[in-house]
Design a protein around this ligand. Sequence first.
Ligand code: PLP
Length: 399
Amino acid sequence: MANAEWIEKSKASFMNTYGRYPAVMVEGRGCLLKDADGREYLDCLAGIAVCSLGHCHPAITEAICRQASTLVHVSNLYHTIPQTELAELLINHSFADRVFLANSGAEANEAAIKLARKASPDGKYEIISLAGSFHGRTLATVAATGQSKFQQGFAPMPQGFRHAPFDDIAALEAMIAPETCAILCEPLQGEGGVLPLAPEYLAAIRQLCDRHGLLLIFDEIQVGMGRTGTLFAYEQCGVTPDILTLAKALGNGLPIGAMLARESVAKAFEPGSHASTFGGNPVACAAAVTVLRLMLAEGFLAEVRAKGNYLAERLTGLADKYPAIASPARGLGLIQGLPLTETWLDKGPDIVNRLFAKGVLLNFAGGKALRCLPPLIISRAEINQLIQALDEVFAELSQ
Ligand SMILES: *Cc1c(COP(=O)(O)O)cnc(C)c1O
């Protein structure tokens, strides 16, 4: 069967939660995807920052197959080797002393919210997050998300979440109340439109937390795991959180999330405090262990930084050429955004559709910026291909 028939079946079967592009993806290798009609695409989204080592990386596929033929699931009533190896790797390469494994980003954030409340004295419960943020789609994480469109229709929201205006440290401090226990933020807002938080802003948030006895939670679900050119984004801003959440690229496509914390915070959890049936699944963990080993190999992250600079430079070249683009590319490493000018914002989806028709996958984040999230293994030649396609689309639309 080709694209059209599968799409018809798919549309008849699923709840209407996704607006999808007209392609049924059947195969992936590296930065390339192939659909059921045999069309090829240059994937500059990587399954939304998930397949960072490319589609079907041979070493990860091998680890998955090996683990799948050895042990697939036993629950967390027993120890397993892959999840212990993964936890050790995460601890050895971060500030954290302890790990909790979940199955998705939203679940990792749920765990972080629960830990922050449990670790806070005197029943403090409130979490302040930032306008424009995205933290997931479960009720608590949607309440933490600082974009009202994700909350519409789902009232009442769980209590204990408030949103501070973006980049306004005085307003944030003014919101801290006796019941506040933590500040939650992404070091770089991904879904919000590829918006990095300035290092001084992050440092000021850290100081607020220290001064008021609050925990600092970084949601690095999108920007962790090498995306910004260091294993974790916090390494670059010089600010260390108390709790860190990861998911997207951790399993290179297998569903897995992680919540990391310092011992002084983590010790609030005891047996029974929190759990997950599937969390730390051996197959997902075997994939994640391989992901970490590949990302930590000599030269890998330096190459991500170099290619990130190259991509930013080439995107900024387009920004100089087309008035439709509001400013130089913004981002860190291989998450880069091209913000559109006010009058061009409604053309964002059209730009993405035209790129799709040319066989290049990108998206439009937060109604603000075209977002590039290519696999970290993308080549300079493939970056050139992306730039060429963007150049053609902006030329067509600027006529
Ligand atoms: C994707 C994302 C989430 C939610 O992850 P899911 O795996 O979809 O639940 C949370 N926070 C950020 C920053 C994300 O980018």
